[in-house]
Design a protein around this ligand. Sequence first.
Ligand SMILES: Cc1cc2nc3c(=O)[nH]c(=O)nc-3n(C[C@H](O)[C@H](O)[C@H](O)COP(=O)(O)OP(=O)(O)OC[C@H]3O[C@@H](n4cnc5c(N)ncnc54)[C@H](O)[C@@H]3O)c2cc1C
Length: 443
Amino acid sequence: MPSPDTSTATAAAASTATPRPDTPSRYVPSHIAGNVQALTAQQRELIGRAAELGPAFAARAARHDREATFPFENYGDLRRAGLLGICVPKAYGGLGADFTTYVMVAAEIGRWCGSTALSFNMHVSSCMWSGFIADALEMSAEDRAEHERIRALHYRRIVDEGQVYAQPFSEGGAAAAGAAPWGTIARKVDGGYVIAGKKIFASLAGAADWYGVLCTLERPGHEGRGTRRDSMYLAVPAGAMGLEIYGEWDPLGMRGTVSRNLAFKDVFVPDDARLMPEGLYFQAATRFPHMFATLSPTYMGIAQAAYDFTVQYLRAEVPGMPPVKRRMYPTKQIAVAEMRVKLEATRALFLQNARDARVDPDKDTRMRLLAAHYTIMENANDLARLAIRTCGGQSMLKSLPLERLYRDSRCGSLMLPWTAELCLDRLGRECLYEAGESDEQIE
Ligand SMILES: Cc1cc2nc3c(=O)[nH]c(=O)nc-3n(C[C@H](O)[C@H](O)[C@H](O)COP(=O)(O)OP(=O)(O)OC[C@H]3O[C@@H](n4cnc5c(N)ncnc54)[C@H](O)[C@@H]3O)c2cc1C
């Protein structure tokens, strides 16, 4: 796949230049963020950095998919490019990217390797939640000072030592859907916390240096009665005593995320493990809902990749394939037109979502957010399905990336807390009911 154009100059040139008759023209993939002119200099530069790494990620993707192994080399590249610190505030030596910038970069990574983009999101979440999201929320002056002290340690590990964080919150019960407190418990002890419980689907299992664990703080005298307000976000080092990684990893798609299970058998962590002050995660989840929308950029990237592949395939530009063009059939042209309509509708919602993130969004913004998240997840899979149907039988051979894109794209709408079903549940309910309303009140 040719490298997508990332600089304003080359993108503009590509769209206006008339090809000389003696130079065969090639398909130029779209910029992931659409109109490059609308981007800030930092957005252009960081998306460009990700695009430069992309071809190497794509070249490794088939092997990691086949073997269900973690792409350590890709993380080496991300580390060298400074992207591990993308959402570490500049004051702490990071790149200081905001939500909008990050999701665009994540989508660019996703167009080359879905598994890398998805696990990278788990790492970056540890910086977004403790960074610009925490900055936008309310804290006592004392809590804020303590948070500054602790996050400096956390960011130093990332920026200076290139360490990586996982983000295990799923437990196989109702907690990850936001419908119950975490079953994983943290008890306060002298100098820290003791964690007990289990997590499923922990992307980066065995690859992360730290696991940012969501759990319920069990207050003395209130055992078994913790609520979602008691949520804690604690960093557990990979080598912690009592932490075990277990279970097979042989899934349909996103195989390079290596999302195995974790058991916490009375794991002690010091007070410095608090990635957010007590009570702040609940505030974040209720006041900054875009924090859960960072799973969909990966799938925006996959949608773009499925479309790009289709155009290249029909133009006979896929490397290693016989030079047989298929673009002249009207049915193919209609299919590609339909794919492009779906892709641009997806991108429009993706970009709107990217720019809408803020603390305390109004109801309309929250409804748009859920609609956008749902659309990206569902359309990515639909575009991959259309791509296979349009390109035909040879396109789904394991030697080509399309069948992997299809399998990876299938995972998006299954991801909690906002599966496709849960987005529809919430949209349907909240579009018809205002806060506090019940049917009895409607005459
Ligand atoms: C590739 C991949 C990587 C992942 N990486 C991570 C990770 O790094 N960290 C992490 O924490 N998790 C991760 N997950 C887990 C993911 O977010 C989900 O938690 C997981 O897929 C849930 O599967 P489940 O079968 O246990 O869901 P269940 O809880 O059994 O839910 C099944 C379905 O029922 C519906 N449902 C669930 N609860 C409700 C409810 N209260 N009301 C109505 N409907 C409901 C939902 O539509 C859901 O899809 C990953 C998943 C995948 C596929």
